[in-house]
Design a protein around this ligand. Structure first.
Ligand code: AZA
Length: 298
């Protein structure tokens, strides 16, 4: 018995150049995945391909809708446009998911003239903005927005003590350590949403405000808080985002605790005073947290 089925195209890479003038451009580089659900069971159970919208068609559609749209930003809106297309066009498709990764090409600003260059961009490598949009025909849209791969390090202002100790514990308590991580932050929009509400959020700049706001809050809390642990700091970040954005229902963080061990230089008659550390490639701590807005009392 078939108990689950979805399919689509993954890793569709597309660069859209929005031409404000012949030389003044906006670029958006995306990696897109679209998966479909619907009355497709017989393609699995009876080798009947009649219901399959080929994944090649899905790929072509991503290019065509990117061409037809005025802009593919914010990616939350483009994801909704994609999902809406597949569910509206094909009667037997009743669900769609779009996962979009946006690479961070930032406009080059000349350091001397302070002028923003009209068509030259610099990549903020390693960090991406992402959106996961799902549409189910009879419910509406659900949207998760993400920051992925935001690398941060602080060289003091982080402690870790008072933890559980047993006969297997060797970790020393510390009031001063390196705290370094690659942050994944996800925020879930209150839903389900209709397409018109998503268009309104996009038009009013709310998806971008939430992205910039979540990023600022995360970095600000990381920098300014005297951290008791990764756990306590990420929880506070989540609360800060919920306090700032009433349209967001929950915030989820994932952070590797990237360890830096102090090198003991006593042998060489040098002080060990938190100056020389050896970055550890592995293992790393891995810490998750989801903070959800309490349900309003009826
Ligand atoms: N959280 C931290 O912030 N640091 C740690 C942990 C932990 O759970 N475990 N070892 N070091």
């Amino acid at each position: 018995m078939l108990t689950g089925a979805k399919y689509g195209k993954s890793n569709v890479r597309v660069l859209k150049v929005k031409k404000l003038t012949a030389t003044h451009h906006v670029v958006s580089e995306l990696r897109v995945e679209v998966l479909l659900q619907g009355e497709v069971d017989e393609s699995y159970t009876k080798a009947d391909n009649a219901s399959i919208v080929p994944t090649d068609t899905i790929k072509n559609t991503i290019y065509i809708l990117a061409r037809d749209a005025d802009t593919v930003e914010p990616i939350e809106q483009f994801g909704a446009t994609l999902c809406n297309h597949f569910v509206s066009k094909y009667k037997h498709i009743y669900g769609a998911e779009a996962k979009i990764i946006q690479y961070k090409w930032e406009r080059y600003v000349d350091p001397n003239s302070k002028e923003a260059h009209p068509h030259s961009f610099i990549l903020r490598k390693g960090e991406t903005r992402e959106a996961h949009v799902t549409l189910s025909e009879n419910k509406g849209f659900e949207i998760d927005s993400y920051i992925v791969g935001l690398g941060v390090l602080k060289s003091t202002g982080s402690a870790f003590h008072g933890y559980n100790k047993c006969e297997y514990t060797t970790l020393k308590e510390t009031n001063d350590r390196i705290l370094a991580t690659d942050i994944l932050a996800k925020w879930t929009w209150k839903g389900p949403l209709q397409l018109s509400a998503i268009t309104e959020l996009a038009k009013s700049g709310r998806f971008d405000e939430a992205y910039e706001g979540a990023r600022d809050i995360t970095i600000h809390r990381f920098a300014h808080e005297n951290s008791a642990s990764v756990q306590a700091t990420m929880y506070n970040m989540g609360q800060d985002i919920l306090n700032r954005f009433e349209e967001i229902n929950s915030v989820h963080y994932e952070m590797p605790n990237k360890h830096y061990f102090e090198v003991n230089l006593d042998w060489f008659e040098r002080k060990s005073d938190n100056v020389i550390y050896a970055p550890q490639s592995d293992p790393n701590g891995l810490i998750f947290c989801t903070v959800t807005r309490p349900r309003a009392k009826l």
